[in-house]
Design a protein around this ligand. Structure first.
Ligand code: PMT
Length: 411
């Protein structure tokens, strides 16, 4: 069965499409999954919680302030237990709350506490669907990697014709099945990295020259953020240590913002011992200003900067790497890529290095695509030009296929 052992948290918000949601529960159960249902107050006006309770064979949560419900389930516990969350139907109201972090009922609170992948099946009148505010909120959710299940077109409950009809229950269940068949093992969680700590660094670092000026580089953070999101989809407990970027913080990923290489070093070292997989995609400044001026330096014809070497975070990690740790570095090279990257693999005691040629226009810094070479002690594998999301997926597929990674997962 395709959803074997998956725990799906179903959030039901109040729209007429609620009448289809019990069919979703039935579909998930038939596919081997378990369902916990959380309803908004308006949803209970359309369908009684008892219907969901009977089909899911689990208590249904409707009120944060019900002693009995909180005692039996608990909005944090129910969110933590989920392998995926599905909101169906998702009204314009709950979509807005999810986009803006409003937590004023069981459903919206559970959503914020949920770190599993989230699927959203909108349902509403077609003018509401077309409203720029709704589309903007959906864009926010998409940018945070939530999966939007497109509504269909046809006659709507309000009598008009257009887009806004919730996808059919069977199609929604198929989306979940496809997701778990792509991401996961069928025996357990559908999340091969469940309970595995992954630490990822992304973006540049910035080294203060004087107040309001710093030295940095062209890293946008896209590669590191794509890896963090990919690992989260694989079920890992992800921490992203990010240098200064303009990317939105990924939803449900613990993100620690740092500025300088030394701050990045501190944030990484603090967490490295509790982490099984470390991937260093950040472009760390090799040098820093020894004594930055806390004031704004006055303009002059020349400015001489005294630079001192920054610590090599990856090298330090390599020195203290445990048997149960998988350490991955990146190499930004402009010539003889394989040779220099292989040297870094050895010097820094890495399990894998991902090398990119930063002189290619469509690869490396500040573009949406990358073309990388995966190098380890067994040899090298060249990947074609791919989106950074696909590169992240391929890197993780490679790591997951390694015996060392499998033995780390098995404990
Ligand atoms: O952020 P994007 O715009 O998406 O761009 C992605 C990227 C080009 C930044 C990324 O793909 C990449 O190549 N990252 C590594 C960049 C880099 O600094 O490479 P390096 O060859 O100088 O360093 C080798 C490795 O040592 C890297 O894993 C780096 O994180 C690490 N390092 C380097 C210096 C230092 N002081 N400490 C480190 O930990």
């Amino acid at each position: 069965m395709k959803l074997d052992n998956q725990n799906i948290l179903l959030g039901v918000s109040g729209g007429i499409a609620c009448y289809k949601s019990p069919e979703i529960v039935r579909g998930i159960r038939e596919s081997g999954g378990q369902v916990s249902v959380v309803m908004t107050r308006s949803a209970t006006e359309f369908v009684k919680p008892l219907v969901f309770q009977a089909l899911s064979e689990r208590p249904v949560a409707t009120s944060l302030f019900s002693l009995e419900e909180e005692n039996q389930i608990g909005h944090i516990k129910i969110a933590e237990r989920a392998d995926a969350m599905l909101v169906a139907p998702a009204t314009a109201n709950i979509i807005a709350k999810m986009a803006h972090g409003i937590a004023d009922d069981y459903l919206s609170t559970s959503f914020l506490a949920c770190t599993a992948p989230v699927f959203v099946a909108p349902a509403m009148n077609h003018h509401m669907w077309d409203n720029p505010a709704v589309q903007h909120n959906l864009d926010i959710l998409k940018s945070r990697n939530l999966n939007i299940i497109q509504p269909g077109s046809g006659y709507l409950a309000c009598g008009s014709y257009g887009t806004g009809r919730m996808a059919e229950p069977a199609d929604i269940v198929s989306v979940l099945e496809d997701f778990f068949s792509k991401t996961g093992d069928q025996t357990g969680s559908g999340s091969p990295l469940k309970n595995i700590g992954v630490l990822i660094t992304g973006g540049p670092t910035g080294e203060r020259i004087f107040a309001v000026r710093f030295l940095s580089n062209d890293s946008s953070g896209k590669m590191g953020y794509a890896l963090a999101e990919c690992c989260q989809q694989l079920g890992a407990d992800v921490t992203l240590i990010s240098g200064p970027t303009s990317l939105p913080e990924p939803a449900h990923i613990e993100t620690v913002h740092v500025m300088s290489a030394r701050q990045m070093m501190e944030a990484v070292m603090e967490r490295s011992e509790q982490t099984q997989i470390i991937i260093k995609a950040a472009a760390v400044s090799d040098f820093r200003i020894e004594a930055p001026n806390p004031q704004k330096t006055k303009k002059s014809d020349t400015l001489v900067l005294d630079l001192v070497k920054n610590p090599d975070i990856l090298k330090e990690l390599g020195k203290k790497k445990g048997k149960d740790q998988f350490l991955v570095g990146f190499a930004a090279e402009s010539q003889d890529v394989k040779h220099y990257a292989s040297q870094k693999l050895k010097d820094k005691n890495l399990d894998l290095i991902v090398a990119n040629n930063i002189l290619q226009k469509d690869a490396g810094f500040d573009v949406d695509t990358n073309r990388v070479l995966l190098i380890d002690s067994k040899g090298s594998t060249e990947l074609p030009l791919l989106s950074k999301e696909d590169v992240a997926q391929k890197i993780m597929d490679y790591i997951l296929a390694q015996d060392k990674c499998q033995s780390i997962i098995k404990g």
